[in-house]
Write a protein that binds this ligand. Sequence first.
Ligand code: PMP
Length: 388
Amino acid sequence: MDISHLLTSHSRNMEASLVRELLHYSQQPDVLSLAGGLPDENLMPAYPELKQLTDSRQYGPSEGEKDLRECIVSIVAERGIQTSTDNVLVTNGSQQGLDIVSRLILDESSTILTEQPTYLAACQVFKLQGAKVQDVMSDAEGMSVSALRDAIEKHHPKAVYLIPNFQNPAGHCYSLERRLEIAALLDEKNILLIEDDPYRDLCYDNVDLTPISTLIKQAPWLYMGSFSKVLWPGLRTGYIVSCDAFSPYLVKVKQAVDLHTNRLGQSMITQFFKSGQYPDHVIKLQKAYKEKRDVMAEALNAELGDLIEFSLPAGGMFFWVKLPAGVSSQLVLTEALKDKVLVLPGTPFFPCKSSLDDSFLRLSFARVSPAQIHQAITVLAKVIRQLV
Ligand code: PMP
């Protein structure tokens, strides 16, 4: 597959870091390396109380730790993505995955298509490269296929960025039919798919989660995952799985931006997966978050059912609430904060000024207890009723 037309002129001519390429030789015990800038392990503090720290003390590979990449290969295999460690890049959260991909393909002459609304920090990254972000009408089943076709024909985008499972912020989950239609269209037009899937394991209802990347037959694709929503966000660990053609380029950008992801975090995540605790952990998360989701739905219906619109998210962390006509989400934020309740106005999730909508709130149920959800929604209801 030739992807050179997707790369910016800078990334097409990017050189690999020789130091990084030679690193694996320096890990062979019979090689005397005078090459890298690796410090002497014997001079590092031993700190025996934290064994993982000692194991992770030296520089590591830019691709990520081999054993973590093996875990990721089996994680995505369960999702239907057949790949090898060569096509897995460990990143500093999926946010860095977005940054790396953006650096590779986007510049001032590029357009990227997104859902409407979409994850605000993805747009931040795309815009930082000077790219134009064009949103495409989306409904409860996902991005509209006819609107996507029109947008591809009109804007000639470099890529389409989608969050098909429990979308941030709208909470939507794509139907299988929509996934198939979008994959077929991207194949037809040979457009790169960037599929961002950090919420997938936070699934509370019986919905189809087939990655669109697996439905694509010939177009290029990149699939991003993260451990932030299911393990420890502070470890900043995520990954990109790519079709073959992309992997060498992605690694070169990773070399340039930060050499490699923190090894201690990678080691903690690998150990957790190898311990076999992950399946039970996910069941625990699903049970707890599902309960909170239901409590929030109940509270919203009971307190505001006559005024607002929302649909029940089948997974993830967010309700996307449409406020009554004329009520500004910014004003709701200001007023609710006076009563110590913090809500997120939906405006920053609209990348294009033309589609900007001030009538949505994003409410997360993840970090509050059921009792706190009731308390917060009571305040919110009071504020909204005063503003109607
Ligand atoms: N993509 C989406 C859709 C997200 O919601 C988030 C986190 N809010 C990220 C990517 C980034 O996640 P992280 O960098 O923590 O893996």
